[in-house]
Design a protein around this ligand. Structure first.
Ligand SMILES: NC(=O)c1ccc[n+]([C@@H]2O[C@H](COP(=O)([O-])OP(=O)(O)OC[C@H]3O[C@@H](n4cnc5c(N)ncnc54)[C@H](O)[C@@H]3O)[C@@H](O)[C@H]2O)c1
Ligand SMILES: C[C@@H](O)[C@H](N)C(=O)O
Length: 373
């Protein structure tokens, strides 16, 4: 039977037979164009583009974690303070509360999310809420709810209200059967953590909503992110942030991964700039909707050697955490981001020496201020 007839029959059964008996392929296409939750009949399914004067209205979910405040600062410089709303389920510290709009938003509460999007005329959504790899393994049911059910709410609200949606993925979306050195954009993805499984799900669901409903979904797979003024939220790459605090405070650091564990890493400024750049990239330049981005790859031993150049008395010891080690051993060692570089001009600024100098300068000045007070 020809495919079109078969599709008509299936759609006819799903929709009921047309009374006039004059059913054509058009209603099937309309059927394929509706979202799972109500979408206004006159909605345009492609996100609006913005002229120089027409700024996006931005919502960041999970904004009080390691990356959200830095993203809000960057976007507020680009789009003006009041156009960027930070949200979370936690109470913000004073300096964040007073630095720009903040709102309570629980991504598991669909009505709350929709109300925020409608009342604030949101046009771009950066979805940062998640449970990371190590905390996810310690609380699988919560990770499943936040990372999967929460994502469904975000996708539906974005499709209903015609938003441009950014969802970060991660090196953790790959697993032991993926090529690890280097890991390309398209290859086997069979992660063994709930975090990784939920991120592969997010990539596939976002791409599905893009193809089926025209949702303007954009996704970058981040490496482990290293930040100076915010703490990591319970991941496998956290050691690469903690080492700087401990090196300056105590001159020593106990690492929970083996010395030879190589992972892709990136300084936060590069990560946030990449995020803004992919959101501003013209849709025609995006040959894919999910891209790897990369900056550097190093082991704890490499990082310690670089720290030693600045703090000669620094000592590193190892006390391996078996859960984190098993996760790290299944992740990419090097990330191939050639598609991001080719399609929208991605280029990182920070390699290992600049990263270490920047982190030590930041915390060094902190330590000096603390000692002076
Ligand atoms: N930090 C990294 O190294 C890294 C690397 C790759 C990808 N990512 C991704 O980037 C995003 C941000 O990462 P991060 O490091 O800032 O994470 P984080 O763990 O530091 O912060 C996550 C935030 O989500 C919030 N949250 C939890 N449940 C929520 C709910 N029900 N509703 C609303 N918010 C909720 C938490 O309160 C927290 O502030 C995540 O999606 C993460 O997977 C991060
Ligand atoms: C890599 C990333 O997704 C996060 N930092 C984690 O380790 O879980």
């Amino acid at each position: 039977m020809p495919v079109t007839r078969l599709l008509r029959q299936v759609a006819g059964q799903m929709l009921g037979s047309p009374a006039c008996g004059c059913w054509t392929a058009t209603p099937l296409l309309q059927f394929l164009g509706t979202s799972p939750r109500q979408i206004p009949a006159d909605a345009s399914f492609h996100s609006a583009s913005f002229s120089g004067t027409d700024q996006p209205r931005v919502l960041i979910t999970g904004g009080l974690g390691q990356l959200g405040v830095g993203l809000a600062n960057l976007l507020r410089k680009r789009f003006e303070k009041d156009n960027v709303i930070l949200s979370d389920i936690r109470k913000p510290p004073d300096h964040i509360f007073h630095s720009g709009p903040f709102i309570y938003s629980d991504i598991l509460d669909y009505k709350n999310l929709r109300e925020i999007v409608v009342n604030n005329r949101i046009t771009w959504l950066f979805h940062y809420s998640a449970l990371l790899s190590a905390v996810g393994e310690a609380n699988v049911s919560l990770a499943r709810a936040v990372n999967i059910t929460g994502l469904h709410n975000v996708l539906d609200v974005a499709a209903e209200h015609n938003l441009r949606l950014f969802v970060p993925s991660t090196i953790g979306a790959f697993g032991p059967t993926s090529p690890r050195n280097p890991t390309p954009d398209l290859c086997v993805q069979r992660p063994r953590t709930i975090y990784g499984v939920s991120k592969v799900h997010a990539e596939l669901m976002g791409e599905y909503y893009h193809h089926r409903y025209g949702l303007d979904f954009r996704c970058l797979r981040y490496p482990g992110i290293i930040s100076a003024d915010s703490q990591p939220g319970g991941g496998t790459t956290d050691y690469a942030v903690q080492i700087f605090h401990d090196a300056l405070k105590n001159g020593k650091f106990e690492c929970n991964l083996k010395p030879s564990t190589r992972l892709p890493m990136m300084y936060i400024d590069d990560c946030l700039r990449a995020t803004l750049e992919v959101m501003e990239a013209p849709a025609e330049s995006l040959s894919m909707r999910t891209y790897n981005i990369n900056a550097m790859s190093f082991t704890p031993e490499d990082l310690a050697q670089e720290v030693l150049k600045h703090i000669p008395e620094f000592q590193i010891t190892y006390n391996v955490d078996s859960v984190r080690q098993a996760i790290a051993d299944s992740w990419p060692m090097n990330f191939d981001d050639s598609n991001a570089r080719k399609d929208w001009g991605w280029k990182h600024d920070f390699d290992l020496p600049e990263l270490v100098t920047t982190m030590l300068n930041f915390h060094g000045s902190d330590t000096r201020v603390a000692q002076a007070n």
